[in-house]
Design a protein around this ligand. Sequence first.
Ligand code: ADP
Ligand code: ADP
Ligand code: ZN
Length: 214
Amino acid sequence: MKIIMLGAPGAGKGTQAKMIADKYHVPHISTGDIFRANIKNGTELGMEAKKYMDQGLLVPDELTVKILLDRVGQDDCKEGYVLDGFPRTIPQAEVLDKALANLGESIDYAIDVDVPDENIVERMSGRRACVSCGATYHLKHVPPKKEGICDKCGNELLLRDDDKPDTVLNRLKVYHDQTQPLIQFYGNKGVLKTVDGTQAMEDVFRSIIAILEN
Ligand code: ADP
Ligand code: ADP
Ligand code: ZN
């Protein structure tokens, strides 16, 4: 089962991708998480990616495609995966498509988690992420049991720099310009499914399960 999560930054792709990955025992692959791990470890890739991420811009396709193809080539991806935050441009989607076609494979579902722009700044300014394990919370909608502390691993929760309102507005613009065209791209391939991302987390998940188990 190969699934792509589409949707604006903050729409809930990561939240849903993790739930899908848990239920169906496939890896959750987030290019954003891979970049952030590299930044934390001070790698060359991380330093390069940070230049773009801090401004709310996309990391260049060449760099992003390479790390993604490496990742999906690993053994744990044989039964499928959930991609969260990749592809974000038409060229990225085309490269992935070709790589899969060479293996006689293709994407099964592209799930668009639909949330209007009006809700996005609120979603992102309330997002808090664990510095250690990457778990995500929301001050209002998904609060941790103890303020500022990750339920899963006990480490500190932080507001991502790129979740501050100014950068969020840039990211939304980049989303509309470069990523939204993917909705039509996957629509044309007949694999697009849309869910209402403004519902409660559990209801969004129920809608997704209904699609995957139709
Ligand atoms: P969000 O969860 O808000 O959608 P991500 O964690 O997926 O954000 O991505 C954070 C940042 O990492 C993006 O704003 C972008 O700079 C970079 N990034 C992540 N995935 C990609 C990608 N597929 N192509 C280019 N840049 C990416
Ligand atoms: P994305 O990966 O698309 O950037 P996230 O999954 O990180 O989005 O969610 C963004 C923020 O919104 C997080 O703080 C998350 O806890 C919260 N969130 C996710 N889904 C919902 C939902 N259905 N209702 C309310 N808040 C949500
Ligand atoms: Zn944690």
